[in-house]
Design a protein around this ligand. Structure first.
Ligand code: FCB
Length: 428
């Protein structure tokens, strides 16, 4: 099915993140992040892979900007590495870190591509983690300082700002089950990290606005939750969909999570709920859940979602889940700002990636369908421009529109690159 026509001012983009593409981890005065520590810890990442070189974007960014020009995107979503800007997570800005992002932003502006900057895509400075990381309220205050520096230096060129990418993943995968950095398995005792990240979001929104940022939003991941038992469905929905959205969009937390939050959390809600200019949605797949088969610390158990094609990363391909999700957000939050799909994509191998074209085509169709039923979606960012370091799975999952040969670092546009260029050209 051909992708239907989108409004002429719909924003077409691609997304990446610093740790996944930059490499150059010991260059330019960059400090260590929790992901440098995690990748250096045996057994944490598949095949012992690390991101010391990644796609070498730190040196090859001009080539990557040229690829984006060829693709014809309106906007590029990337992240600033906090440990490049503040190597120890506090104190004055590192001039070489600032200079790198100055060069990148200038190259983007010259190419007529609007920069969309995320401040935290999981690479917290290790020095802050050593002081408690997101379990500590102080990290939110440090984040506000970092946001102020980024705003002062870059607000003249950055078009849209996203303080934190998918804070749910940091809380649950990083502190809850330990599959991601910093590798802690605190289960539901990780929930204070959610509150501190939300506070960091609120503080950063204020700091960015005072520094002159005009368009500030979010990038939260969401998954429609499926299952026959209402209690586990409600609990998982609260944990993965509402924990980060309700405080921002309603100024409240889901009731089932109240007794896990730090004392006095309600006092922070007004700053967490400061109005936003857009709400970013990252969507990959729905989740299925059931009551636990045997007693354990969690009131639910994940169950496999069957009957769908799978990506090489083991994700079921469910385009209608995106439509369902957009409609659900629209119905759940009366003051929902305009939406952007800040990430959507899939891992498939090969340069002739028909499966990726089909995936993107079907998901764009789902976005369009949601728009025709009244959901205000303003943009769509494919994850990802390039194949990159996929966290604890290393380099095996390939999410790029552009193939990266990890021996030579050569970039080769895939069939999906040409297809997406056509979609952008025709706006659908
Ligand atoms: C998202 C992350 C992004 C990438 C994709 C596949 O959850 O934000 O960095 O890993 O998944």
């Amino acid at each position: 099915m051909p992708v239907p026509r989108f409004p002429a001012d719909f924003v077409w983009g691609v997304s990446t993140s610093a740790f996944q593409i930059e490499g150059g981890t010991s260059e330019g005065g960059r400090g260590r992040s929790v992901w440098d520590t995690f990748t250096a810890t045996p057994g944490r990442v598949a095949r012992g892979e690390n991101a010391d070189v990644a796609t070498d974007h730190y040196h090859r960014y001009p080539e990557d900007v040229a690829l984006m020009s060829e693709l014809g995107v309106d906007a590029y979503r990337f992240s600033l590495a906090w440990p490049r800007i503040q190597p120890e997570g506090r104190g004055p800005a590192n001039p070489e870190g600032i200079a790198f992002y100055d060069r990148l932003l200038d190259a983007l502006c010259e190419a007529g591509i609007e920069p969309v900057a995320t401040l935290h895509h999981w690479d917290t400075p290790q020095a802050l983690e050593d002081d408690g990381g997101w379990l500590s309220r102080d990290t939110a205050e440090r984040f506000a300082d970092y946001a102020a520096i980024a705003g002062e230096r870059f607000a003249d060129r950055v078009k849209m700002w996203i303080p934190l990418n998918e804070p749910m993943v940091t809380s649950i995968f990083g502190y809850g089950i330990g599959e991601y950095a910093p590798g802690k398995a605190l289960l539901l005792d990780a929930i204070p990290t959610a509150h501190h990240q939300l506070l960091a979001h609120g503080r950063a929104v204020a700091a960015l606005r005072s520094a002159g940022a005009r368009t500030v939003g979010t990038a939260n991941n969401h998954s429609p939750v499926r299952g026959d038992d209402p209690e586990p469905v409600e609990f998982l929905d609260a944990l993965i969909n509402r924990l980060f959205a309700d405080p921002v969009l309603l100024g409240s937390y889901p009731e089932v999570l109240h007794d896990r939050l730090p004392d006095g959390f309600a006092d922070d809600l007004p700053s967490i709920a400061a109005p936003l200019d857009f709400y970013g949605v990252n969507y990959y797949e729905p989740m299925a859940v059931r009551a636990p088969r045997s007693p354990g610390p969690l009131p639910f158990e994940l169950s496999p979602l069957e009957g769908f094609p799978m990506t090489t990363n083991g994700s079921p391909v469910v385009p209608d889940g995106l439509r369902e999700l957009l409609v659900l957000l629209h119905e759940r939050y009366p003051d929902l700002p305009p939406l952007h799909i800040t990430e959507n994509g899939c891992s498939f191998d090969g340069i002739h990636d028909t499966e990726r074209i089909e995936f993107l085509d079907a998901h764009l169709g789902a976005v369009h369908e949601a728009m025709t039923t009244g959901v205000d979606v303003r943009g769509y960012f494919v994850w990802s421009l390039l194949d990159n370091f996929e966290w604890s799975k290393g380099y095996a999952p390939r999410f790029g529109l552009v193939h990266v040969d990890y021996d030579t670092l050569a970039r080769t546009p895939k069939d999906s690159f040409a297809w997406y260029r056509g979609v952008i050209e025709r706006s659908g």
